[in-house]
Write a protein that binds this ligand. Sequence first.
Ligand SMILES: [Zn+2]
Length: 150
Amino acid sequence: MISNADISETLSQRLSDSGLRSTPQREVVYSVLLKKRDHPTAEEVFARVKPEMPMISLATVYNCLETLVQCDLVRAVNFERGPTRYCPNLHPHAHFHDVETGATHDVDLPAGLLDQVKAILPEDFKASSVEIIFRGKESPKARGGEPSSI
Ligand SMILES: [Zn+2]
C-alpha cells in the first residue's frame, strides 16, 4: 500500500530532479493514477480528481499529466484512434488492449526482453523507446476478475 506521504515524497523528488516543484494539483493527479491503474484518459483522470479538488480545470489536469510524463513518473500510452491514456507503472511492461471493451492491461515482460527486441534493430537505428502492444479479446472470465489480472 502506498501512503499519501510516500506519493508526495516520490513526486517532489522526481519533480525537483526535473527542475520543477510539487504542487497540490500534480500530487492529486499522480495519486489518482496510482490508485486505480486502469490506464485512464485525461478526461477520466479529471473526473476522478474533481471530487477531491472541485476547482481544478481540465486544462490543469492536462498540464499535470504532461509534467508527470516529462518527469518519467507516468507513461503516455497511445492506441490508434483513441485518446492518450496514462500509466504509472514504470517497470518494463507491454500492454494488452481489449478491442471490444477498450480495457488496457499491463503485461509484465521477462527481464532482458526489451533489450533483445532493441538488438534486432540495424546499428543505424537508435531506439529511445520500445512499445509492445497486444490487441485482442479477453476471455469473459478474465473480464469479470480484477482489472490487473490476465
Ligand atoms: Zn501500463
